[in-house]
Design a protein around this ligand. Sequence first.
Ligand code: ADP
Ligand code: MG
Ligand code: MG
Length: 434
Amino acid sequence: MTIDLGAVAVDRGIKYFLISYADLYGTLRAKLVPAAAINGMAKSGAGFAGFATWLDMTPANSDMFAMPDPASLIQLPWKPEVGWLAADLVMDGKPVEHGPRNVLKALTAKAADVGIEVKSGVECEFFLVQPDGAAISDPADIQAKPCYDQQALMRRYDVITEICDSMLALGWKPYQNDHEDANGQFEMNWDFGSVLETADRHAFFKYMVKSIAEKHGLRATFMPKPFPKLTGSGCHAHVSAWSPSGENLFDDPSDEIGLSAFGYKFIGGLLHNAEALCAITNPTVNSYKRINAPVTLSGATWSPNTITYSGNNRTHLIRVPEGGRFELRLPDGSANPYLLQAAIIAAGLDGIANERDPGKRLDINMYTDGHKVRGAKKLPLNLLDALRAFDRNKDFKAAMGDAFSSSYLKLKMADWNDYACHLSAWERETTLDC
Ligand code: ADP
Ligand code: MG
Ligand code: MG
């Protein structure tokens, strides 16, 4: 059924639509289209010069069109006269293969081919910082163990509740908000859904949090590790897989941690492909200062260092908090919302197809006792290692789409090379007098 967006606009008082897509970095790009023109745009798409954003294109390429998905419509809670629409990228009459939303749709189709629908919920931690980004916004937020700090949470009541009220109005079913483990850091949780719905909401959530923070004279950042001694911002993904008849295929009450044989194979795939996965889940130079990090001021980084899994234990890459789902603790705030979900499916399907055995669960505190475990694999130590692992993993690249994988690697290798040409203050301080 096609939705008449022009009629929706009249009905809901929408004056403008943002036709929006995420580029390879996950940055949202948009055109602001008056409601009077939306039905034409919905048919032909909004035109963009793809090269002008972070996509693998040249200035000589034909126009790229962003085709809005009417099902994704979100009326901006803080400016209801604007309707946001997630869009799929098309060029020369064909889907742009490396368009992140197209990549995710291709992976959901592959999952459907083997009879599963993957559902996910994400925990997007963020910091509220000063507008120049140099320090956290609240000078009184100084506790050594600031997690769940009621006083600091309530000093940001106006911002947090404006965001939570927005999620309530949008029907996302938010259920809790807290001060997180770093000074200045917060987390807000809403209900899980289909991976496409969650990816769209994840992308929109980042936009919404930044916009509402700006309204309050603050700045929100999802940067993985903005302050070296404080806990970084993760973006844990919780995952379950469902049959067409609505049965949770990861659920087995007879298992010690409630995970089915199917679920074990799926996490076996994630562990097997973890090093390559990092290129997607931890896509920035800064990402590697959150994982493999030394202990933070709060006493723990809460992020993984090793490719291991456990039951309800937060010191491993994968936690199984209860039956029927697992938590991937690897991703961080810089992950592209669409590629994150696509990569989880790609790795999980590999686990199913190849019956990957995740090995034995570890119930130890991996931060303090990890050294006692022989053979526990470490995560890549930097972005270059992760990109090389991704490049070596031909099956994973094929599962993500070869065209996507080569475009992505090109962009991220250029990032690494740019970083490698950069001289840091630390380098000068430690090497000037050599
Ligand atoms: P924690 O901090 O303990 O890791 P949160 O409550 O912050 O957990 O986040 C849990 C996330 O997992 C939420 O987005 C929630 O909706 C989601 N979730 C719960 N059950 C499932 C499930 N069966 N499949 C996928 N996601 C789920
Ligand atoms: Mg949480
Ligand atoms: Mg979590």
